[in-house]
Write a protein that binds this ligand. Structure first.
Ligand code: PLP
Length: 387
């Protein structure tokens, strides 16, 4: 059997893979077994923040592997503590809980909200409200938080205590909150899986004001938008929001599994001994990798991400077959006249790997992708989308 046949025989059939094996890479170029090179405009769905086989990242991982690859959370290890400190210093948040994925980071956020609200406002106050068209993960509880009915169909009964409202409709949120049972609102500033849909700044300001009048926690899911992706450390900074809880993962450790839930001063003491935990959460190798990523997300570097995002956006605005460009920084969505999947398949044939999100072509290149590669990729994508 060849590799594709072995995959379909032995791997659970949850992924519709492209007919392409990647064996190696460097930076934003990846190679198939025949040595053919592709420009990677997806970075493992916003994970390899500094591309493939980045020297600094590899050095950090290698050094830590030679020291200690894992200890239980019953003992102190330095990388997770240093990383928590770095994240808090960069964001003004107060404490961090580490896990292994975006879904787990959101699970922790939801637990934090329920526990905090129960203690401060009463046990009936347990509902977490999210936006329609949102995506918050694949565990049963984060699926329940996800505001897309088609993800719910196969897995009834879902976790109770979630409600959804359309972005922009503050009255709908007020109606949900009227019963006094809402603990928190969880939002994405840009809905990634939802089709790279950017939140309206006016609505963000309304949400901020509404939160101030109420005791509802505001939580931001920065799993996809976080860690420099949009040209800021976290996308909520574009909107001047002050979240109580932030969840993140994906690009945080640049290619190793790591989730983080950041707790503001208001909620920093929500968890006590035994309230939550994770065997691998805060793993020293993943945290050393993340430190090598986070330390490089300086203001100057983030400005470059923003500039590259503008460069990339400029390549598509007004181009043939491209109706609109959404997103921020290096998280862009292209609404194409041709079906997005067709455009992505044509790009792959021509040496550029892109993603789809709903009806859009989604671009999430490494944050350090050279401008020259961005231009080359954009040329291929424009040609594929042209009508
Ligand atoms: N939240 C958002 C906004 C995401 O985009 C994703 C994954 O795409 C998740 C949560 C779930 O992350 P993970 O797949 O690491 O569990």
């Amino acid at each position: 059997m060849n590799l594709f046949e072995l995959d379909s025989t032995y791997i659970a059939g949850t992924y519709k893979r492209f007919p392409l094996e990647i064996v190696s890479g460097h930076g934003s170029l990846v190679r198939d077994p025949e040595g053919r090179e592709y420009i990677d405009m997806g970075s493992g769905i916003a994970v390899t923040s500094f591309g493939i086989a980045d020297e600094e990242w590899m050095k950090a991982v290698e050094e830590q592997i030679h020291k200690v690859q894992h200890m239980s959370n019953l003992y102190y290890t330095e990388p997770c503590i240093r990383l928590a400190e770095a994240l808090c210093r960069k964001t003004g948040m107060s404490r961090v809980f580490f896990s292994n994925s975006g879904a787990e980071a959101n699970e922790c956020a939801i637990k934090a909200a329920r526990k905090w609200a129960s203690e401060h406002r009463g046990p009936e106050c347990s509902t977490v409200v999210t936006l329609e068209n949102s995506f918050h993960g694949r565990t049963l509880t984060t699926l329940s938080a996800t505001g897309q009915a088609h993800y719910h169909e196969l897995y009834q009964p879902l976790t109770p205590g979630f409600a959804h409202f359309p972005a922009g409709d503050l009255n709908a949120l007020k109606a949900l909150c009227a019963g006094g049972r809402v603990a928190a609102v969880l939002i994405e500033c840009i809905q990634g899986e939802g089709g790279v849909v950017t939140m309206d700044p006016a609505f963000a300001a309304e949400l901020e004001a509404y939160r101030k009048e109420n005791d509802i926690l505001r939580m931001v899911d920065e799993v996809q938008t976080g860690n420099g992706r949009t040209g800021r450390m976290y996308a909520y900074e574009h909107y001047g929001l002050h979240p109580d809880v932030v969840s993140t993962a994906k690009g945080l450790a640049g290619g190793l599994p790591l989730g983080a839930t950041l707790l503001s001063d208001r909620v920093k003491d929500v968890f006590s001994y035994g309230d939550h935990g994770s065997t691998f959460g805060g793993n020293p190798v993943a945290c050393a990798a993340a430190l090598s990523v986070v330390r490089r997300l300086t203001d100057d570097f983030l400005r470059e991400v923003e500039e590259k995002g503008q460069l990339l956006r400029g390549c598509f605005e007004g181009a043939s077959g491209i109706e609109s460009v959404s997103g921020m920084g290096l998280m862009l969505g292209l609404k194409t006249v041709k079906p997005a999947a067709e455009v992505v398949a044509e790009c792959m044939r021509n040496g550029v790997l892109c993603l789809t999100a709903k009806d859009r072509v989604r671009l999430l290149p490494a944050l350090n992708i050279p401008a020259e590669l961005l231009r080359r990729a954009a040329e291929v994508i424009r040609a594929a989308a042209a009508i």
